[in-house]
Design a protein around this ligand. Structure first.
Ligand code: F6R
Length: 616
């Protein structure tokens, strides 16, 4: 939800900012802009469209200077117009700012500011905040206050309700930058004679790997040489400098056509990274550092609860299946956005998990806070090192899959599935699972990367299938047990990147409604792995076939379907139950990807979406 970057240093700001925006573009991409403060002037170039279009505009209207900021927008307040694009300059021309988040009390602020003579060029809440900062700045200037850029931001934020990650510069103090956050991520990159503020590390790794993660309620005041963090209440904060462990190459597309394609094919390595060092020496269970919950406490839990959004919620639903199946413990799964308002009754000995690739999803963060408010311990499964969710959780498990840039989650999802299975193993081994079953389970998990490699080998076949079905308007994804959430995920992947209407259903439930959609033009993707209920799944396929619905079957290697039942067959390797959802995800990721490519869609930046949803 909006990418922001600010730069103070000795290098030309605009070109560096544009490079950073390219890496942040996955956060929002309906309009972009850059501002540079130089020679007593704030110069802004902004327009609707992608960073590439901004770059063309900057070639015509170059911005010279070494202090500046840039923004890539996902519209909240106000439509997608040039005027609503950021940066916004206050009507007195003193203050320029960029913002990620939503200012909830912007209307009353605006009325106040109109009364004071400030004017507005856009419909955004951001411009209102900019003018409020300008108002406090003017008052501070009158009284000759020290540090007035910082002081005016602080005063304005004390009257601000909602969420923000902001970067502010003042025309009178080139070389100074103020940034603050509440609910929207911000990091500080510490360079050599330059400092950077950005929404995430991908925008800065080309220059520096030293970062400080700003916390909610903190303000940072930076120049090219130094930075100082304080709270809104003016207490000094001792910064904790971290090192980013991945390099800029991890955030580049390389030889692939899209980030999504790259990330799909990276999954064997991503899984290896997610499990590395996480099995016990005797090879019979999983081990996690950083849980901050003792084995005894885990043992005493009577139930578990998971909250997440979107794809991450589908991973939670698989974890629910695995924990119930192997550890025989009850698990609740909820949409984070519902949990936070539902006030549902909770069991006393329940351990909460939130899952979030980014670690910044606002609904998931709010669910975490709600569970903590009720006195529960909350652990996070996240890929976002240093993210808000990672910091606020009592402990957790990092996914360690490197940056995921394609908006549609793939490698993060399968690593979440892996971690869910590892948790199930950990809990099961504390209860009834034998040593030898534990060893078998661990071996199966360790074999997952190879099985995924084999499944990826079906890519040419799946591409050909995608060509045959790319024209359809509707598609059903049907699976049972642990593959029902993978059916949900398949449908989500397809609709979000190719705009084909798709629904995921438990295969047998399909006859209670969705079967009405079935025609020759509505294919069904069936998961049909070997196992006890294969015959039931085949019966559901027959019901679709009887209504002339095309069938794309994803079967495990030993399955033989009745002749002519499926129109297309994709074979994945036989595997342990704990690994099956991971391997079965590969064909639906590939199918969605190739259909979207075939339809000419912008795979990595689907319409209306953004990678990290930091607004409610
Ligand atoms: C879909 C997708 C989204 C995210 C959801 C939660 O491909 O990526 O549904 O899963 O927005 O995001 P995180 O995991 O960052 O909390």
């Amino acid at each position: 939800m909006c990418g922001i970057i600010g730069y103070v240093g000795k290098q030309p700001a605009a070109s560096f900012i544009v490079e950073g925006l390219k890496r942040l573009e996955y956060r929002g991409y309906d309009s972009t802009g850059v501002a540079v403060v130089a020679e007593g002037r704030i110069s802004v170039v902004k327009k609707i469209g992608r960073v590439a279009q901004l770059e063309q505009e900057l070639a015509k209207r170059p911005l010279a200077g070494t202090f500046g900021m840039g923004h890539t927008r996902w519209a909240t307040h106000g439509g997608v117009t040039d005027a609503n694009a950021h940066p916004h300059v206050s009507s007195d021309g003193k203050i320029v700012l960029i913002h990620n988040g939503v200012i909830e009390n912007y209307a009353s602020m605006k009325t106040f500011l109109l009364g004071k003579g400030y004017t507005f060029q856009s419909e955004t809440d951001t411009e209102v905040l900019g003018n409020l900062i300008a108002y406090h700045y003017a008052k501070a200037a009158e009284s000759g206050e020290e540090n007035r850029c910082l002081a005016s931001v602080r005063k304005a934020l004390r009257h601000t309700e909602g969420t923000y990650g902001i970067v502010v510069m003042c025309v009178d103090f080139p070389g100074e930058m103020v940034a603050a956050r509440k609910g929207s991520p911000l990091i500080i990159g510490l360079g050599d004679g330059e400092n950077i503020v950005a929404s995430d590390v991908s925008a800065i790794v080309a220059r520096t790997q030293s970062v400080v993660y700003l916390k909610d309620g903190e303000i940072v005041h930076l120049s090219a040489q130094e930075f100082r963090i304080t709270t809104l209440g003016q207490s000094a904060v001792a910064p904790l400098v971290d090192r980013v462990t991945w390099s800029v190459a991890a955030a580049e597309m390389g030889a692939y056509a899209h980030f999504m394609e790259k990330e799909i094919f990276e999954q064997p390595t991503a899984l290896e990274n997610a499990m590395r060092g996480r099995f016990s020496e005797d090879g019979s269970t999983a081990n996690f550092g950083g849980l901050n919950v003792s084995a005894g406490e885990f043992r005493s839990m009577e139930s578990f609860a998971f909250c997440a959004c979107g794809t991450a919620l589908h991973a939670c639903r698989v974890a629910e299946h695995m924990i119930e199946r192997f550890a025989r413990l009850p698990v609740e799964c909820d949409y984070a956005s519902e949990f936070r308002y539902r006030n549902s009754p909770l069991f006393r000995n329940t351990l909460y998990f939130v899952m979030s690739q980014s670690g910044e999803t606002i609904d998931t963060l709010a669910a975490l806070r709600e569970a903590k408010r009720k006195g529960y311990k909350v652990l996070a499964v996240t890929n976002g090192v240093g993210s808000s969710i990672a910091r606020e959780a009592d402990g957790g498990i990092y996914q360690h899959v490197g940056p995921e840039i394609g908006v549609a989650s793939t490698k993060a999802f399968t690593s979440q599935l892996l971690i869910g299975s590892m948790l199930a193993l950990y809990l099961a081994r504390m209860r009834d699972m034998s040593f030898s079953d534990g060893v078998t389970f661990v071996k199966a998990l360790k074999g997952a990367p190879d099985l995924v490699r084999q499944a990826l080998g079906q890519a040419p076949l799946i591409k050909a299938i995608a060509r045959r079905y790319a024209h359809v308007r509707d598609m059903l994804f049907l699976g049972r047990l642990s593959l029902f959430p993978i059916a949900l995920e398949g449908a989500l992947k397809l609709k979000e990147i190719s705009y084909v209407h798709a629904e995921g259903y438990p295969a047998a439930e399909m006859k209670h409604g969705p079967i009405a959609l079935i025609t020759e033009e509505c294919p069904s993707v069936f998961f049909a792995p070997s196992g006890e209920i294969l015959n039931k799944i085949i019966s559901s396929m027959q019901e679709i076939k009887a209504r002339k619905g095309p069938i794309i079957a994803i079967v495990t290697a030993s399955v033989e379907l009745p002749a002519g039942l499926a129109d297309e067959i994709i074979v994945i390797p036989e595997c342990h139950e704990a690994v099956l959802p991971i391997v079965a995800s590969i064909p639906v990721q590939l199918l969605s990807y190739y259909i979207a490519v075939e339809r000419g869609c912008d795979v990595d930046k689907p319409r209306n979406l953004a990678k990290s949803v930091t607004v409610e």
